[in-house]
Design a protein around this ligand. Structure first.
Ligand code: MG
Length: 364
């Protein structure tokens, strides 16, 4: 399984509705698609979206990292020696976690294809179907309530509400509206995307608890680097707190885990630099009794396939945030996992199961 070629190309697919968080607004899903070819005629697929405000990566930087730095390091290596392949991948360039994740997932696609197993079985095979939440973008309370009602009608039982964009009193209004429209049987999780200060977060989360809003968990209330603040919030509220932007690498996870800064961790391949690194985070968390969610950036079904196969393969990964492909106007990939409302069914074919890109209208 000698790696003989690595190539990239760009795609762009419009979203049905703008995706709005405390950090950004996205109207088009863009990505660099990576293909890794081996001498036995196999092709592994990967994807990296540019998420400048989170990972610092753009389409240009991703392409350059893959072609200028990673490709020369991996050409001629045997993919089967993956401990060495991933050592070279991560040494080839600092940072650039999304570019690394795209190559990592392509190598795992190759490895599991060679083994004749769908990737989730190659990685552990814990389960083959998942339930995803659906994200309510941050807008006026009215619009968010309207959206929430629509998503519940579309079959979603778990809603992820984006907050943290302006004053926290407004966020409480938003959550009340969503809870009223969604009903009491729907699970509601919040994502503040670093938008709150630690003390106002404690004050407001306690208020939400007193109001009986029944929030399942709250993602990243404070700034990514503010681990003291994150811990302060975690220690002072009953609602479980999840670290997202605070945990990119296994080293970040180690800090959060050993200081008990959070109750839960959100793993994303684009932050961790791929499945190989994500495995470390999940195992450390599991040992500490911290469950993980796997989430994604705004990715197509290709990137989500790698994340979903990884997530399904591990017992300690108990929550799934894989709604991004459902937000796109078009699914441009052929083969692979299948969505049915809020359920994801992993395919039986080897690897990620992706066989090609369909004809679609390029918006670039
Ligand atoms: Mg998040």
């Amino acid at each position: 399984m000698i790696i003989r070629g690595i190539e990239t190309n760009r795609i762009a697919v419009p979203l049905k509705k703008p995706f709005k968080t405390a950090l950004r607004t996205v109207e088009t899903a863009e990505a660099v698609i990576v293909r890794v070819h081996s001498d036995d005629g196999l092709t592994g697929w990967g994807e990296a979206p540019p998420t400048v405000v989170i990972t610092g990566e753009s389409l240009d930087s991703i392409e350059s990292a893959v072609i200028q730095s990673i490709k020369p390091a991996l050409l001629g290596e045997d993919a089967a020696d993956f401990e060495r392949v991933f050592e070279k991948l991560h040494k080839a360039i600092a940072g650039n976690t999304s570019a690394k994740a795209a190559v990592d997932m392509a190598v795992y696609d190759l490895l599991s294809k060679k083994a004749g197993l769908p990737l989730y079985q190659y990685l552990g095979g814990y389960q083959n179907a998942l339930e995803t939440d659906y994200t309510v973008s941050v807008n006026s309370p009215d619009e968010m309530g309207e959206d929430a009602a629509q998503y519940v009608e579309n079959g979603f039982n778990v809603l992820k509400i984006k907050v943290g964009k302006d004053e926290i009193a407004k966020d409480i209004e938003r959550i009340i509206e969503v809870r009223n429209r969604a009903g009491s049987n729907i699970k509601i999780r919040l994502d503040a995307n670093q938008g709150w200060e630690a003390k106002e977060a404690v004050y407001s989360i306690r208020k939400m608890e007193d109001m009986g809003l029944n929030i399942e968990l709250i993602e990243q209330p404070v700034k990514a680097k503010d681990l003291d603040g994150l811990k302060m919030v975690t220690d002072n509220v009953a609602t479980p707190i999840m670290a997202d932007e605070s945990v990119f690498s296994p080293e970040d996870a180690f800090e959060v885990i050993r200081n008990r800064c959070a109750d839960l961790i959100n793993i994303k391949l684009m932050k961790a630099g791929g499945i190989y690194q994500a495995e470390f985070i999940n195992r450390m968390a599991q040992m500490a009794g911290i469950e993980c969610m796997v989430g994604s950036m705004i990715e197509t079904r290709l990137g989500i396939s790698a994340a979903a196969h990884f997530a399904a393969s591990k017992k300690n990964i108990t929550r799934f945030d894989f709604d991004a492909p459902l937000m796109l106007k078009q699914d441009i990939f052929q083969g692979g996992l299948r969505y049915e409302k809020n359920k994801i069914y992993l395919q039986n074919e080897p690897g990620l199961g992706i066989t090609g890109i369909a004809d679609y209208e390029e918006v670039l």
